[in-house]
Design a binder for this molecule. Structure first.
Ligand code: PMP
Length: 302
């Protein structure tokens, strides 16, 4: 089944969406992207896009950092996304990649005097971390301090290096530290620990990306399990002594971490709190929980 893209103002087959080698953002990382999941509910025969508005709000915030002005409103972006995914017609989990970028065919390092454009495409994408229990390592790559935190294409170079280092050393994912040595996040996920019955996760002030799955996890823990989340610096040694650890992200959902730097997290099995959150989250993203139906945008018209 072919994928489609919204590209230069229209919906086209994905293979027709091509940009010039001179495009500014390709050279200087001057783009803002998002990753949105559409989750296929086979009983409802429906794809539900998870927290669509929040993803585009985060992208629009990133656009302000990069002086990218788009002619589209938040509502336009959400509507266009539903249209593209509907055109694709997939009956499986999909991933949507929106990108707002400096589109002028002009080189030169700057943000001013450049046109901007927006593209988006959808494609089937199953599991991201292909494991039920991730084995992680603390990366030798630290993410740079003093950078604007948004999903800027250029910022992902360090994450890519960290991920590859982890895979080449036999792990599933990297955990990056801040320049101060605090635990920050995975290469594409936020990180949570369970310590003394509470969730602990790094604060925004550590420079992490404020994940939408992170927010959903904090909300579900509080509302459904009565578990509080403490946002505070996490030291490296707490990774080795925590009761549970898991990663959260649009692509990775909630993935338990079984091992860090070849040390088991507790007994190396999926922790109780992690398992409960995974189950809740799974129900919510498939729109099987009416309380959170507002987080799910159905794609197909009945
Ligand atoms: N941190 C990084 C570096 C990421 O790339 C992502 C994925 N967008 C996340 C955290 C998780 O964010 P979200 O839950 O919004 O996907």
């Amino acid at each position: 089944m072919p994928s489609y893209a919204y590209f230069q103002g229209q919906i086209v087959p994905l293979e027709e969406a091509k940009i010039s080698v001179m495009t500014n953002f390709m050279h200087y990382g001057t783009g803002v992207f998002e990753g949105i999941r559409g989750n296929w509910n086979s009983e409802h025969k429906q794809i539900y896009l998870f927290r669509l508005e929040e993803h585009y709000q985060r992208m629009l915030n990133g656009c302000r950092l990069l002086n990218i002005e788009l002619p589209h409103t938040l509502d336009d972006l959400c509507r266009m996304t539903v249209e593209v995914v509907e055109t694709c017609g997939f009956e499986e989990d999909v991933y949507v990649r929106p990108l707002a970028y400096k589109s002028s065919q002009a080189l030169g390092v700057r943000l001013h005097d450049l046109d901007s454009d927006f593209l988006m495409f959808a494609f089937p994408w199953g599991r991201y971390l292909d494991t039920d229990r991730a084995r992680c390592c603390v990366s030798s790559w630290r993410f740079p301090g003093e950078v604007p935190r948004a999903k800027l294409t250029g910022l992902y170079v360090t994450n890519a290096a960290a991920k590859t280092e982890a895979i080449e050393n036999g792990f599933d994912e990297a955990i990056m530290l801040t320049p101060n040595g605090h635990v920050a996040e995975g290469s594409g996920e936020n990180l949570f620990l369970v310590i003394d019955g509470k969730l602990v996760t790094p604060p925004g002030s550590d420079g992490i990306l404020i994940g939408i799955t992170r927010d959903a996890t904090i909300t579900l823990a509080r509302e459904e399990l009565g578990i509080e989340t403490v946002e505070r610096h996490i030291s490296r040694n707490e990774l080795y002594t925590a009761d549970e650890c898991f990663l959260t992200g649009t692509a990775a959902h909630i993935t338990p971490v079984a091992e860090i730097d070849r040390r088991k997290v507790a007994d190396g099995e999926i922790g109780k709190v992690t398992a409960k959150l995974q189950e809740l989250y799974h129900d919510v993203i498939l729109s099987n929980n009416p309380k959170y139906a507002g987080w799910c945008t159905p794609v197909y018209k009945k």
